[in-house]
Write a protein that binds this ligand. Structure first.
Ligand SMILES: [Zn+2]
Length: 251
């Protein structure tokens, strides 16, 4: 069964079987994605992945979906107009407090699914804090980290990147009306000088990496690739919900 938190009445939430319900918080951002993709890109992509994943396993689990959180940790995008950010402490606290509210109402299985690179470390910290302080379980995952193999296999850029091949493809598949095709057609490839292993972490301002706001080559993006990446993400996230449920019930 799939339910949407804010569509229910308080009484309906109260009557849900807590032990059999996973509450999911999709988290995105409002940040620049070059001049070809809208500011909502990360939020809408992750929201759609979560909904589709929940629907695909609705006969096995009850998934209760919270509204996608539309602000992320994006100080590295603030040199570009339209980007909105929270600072580290605020972001972690907001995620922590949303999850704590869910737990307050008796739910013990919470999953945060992330669609924005800047949030990756922060959601893990928020999940850890709750793990220390309660007997509930909060799992945090970024959708592209669940599908690294497929990204390697299907994309030329071999990374989720930023508003490049992969995200432009996803957007072309999910919301083609919000892709500025002229900007895509004239976009020149921007290569990041990345000498560091992906397992290391260096904070870098996006305006120092790219004057255009994207990395990679948006014109490599296409609907077919978007469909493959979306369906892969949906499957990975659905499997994650099932595995999480199994893991907690066997505890
Ligand atoms: Zn992003």
């Amino acid at each position: 069964m799939v339910k949407y938190w804010t569509k229910l009445t308080s009484l309906e939430v109260d009557t849900l079987d807590r032990s059999n319900t996973i509450v999911v918080l999709p988290v995105g951002s409002t940040e620049q994605n070059g001049s070809h993709l809208p500011l909502e890109t990360d939020t809408k992509i992750v929201e759609k992945i979560v909904k589709e994943a929940a629907v695909s396993i609705q006969n096995e689990l009850t998934i209760l979906i919270l509204p996608a959180f539309w602000v992320g940790y994006s100080p590295h995008h603030m040199d570009f107009a339209g980007s909105i950010t929270l600072n580290t402490e605020t972001y972690i606290n907001v995620i922590y407090e949303i999850c704590q509210s869910v737990i307050h109402h008796g739910f013990r299985k919470v999953v945060i699914i992330n669609g924005h690179g800047g949030n990756t470390n922060h959601i893990k910290v928020a999940a850890s804090k709750i793990g220390v302080e309660t007997d509930s379980y909060v799992l945090a995952a970024s959708y592209w980290e669940l599908m690294q193999e497929e990204i390697q296999k299907y994309t030329q850029e071999k990374t989720i990147g930023h508003a490049g091949e992969a995200e432009t493809s996803l957007q072309l598949y999910l919301s083609p009306d919000l892709v500025n095709e002229n900007e895509v057609a004239t976009a020149k490839e921007i290569k990041e000088n990345d000498f560091l292993p992906p397992s290391s972490w260096l904070f870098q301002n996006f305006s120092a990496l790219t004057k255009k706001g994207y990395l990679g080559q948006p014109s490599r993006g296409n609907k077919e690739l978007g469909k493959i990446l979306f369906n892969t993400a949906v499957k990975k996230v659905a499997d994650l919900f099932l595995d999480f449920n199994k893991q907690i019930d066997n505890h």
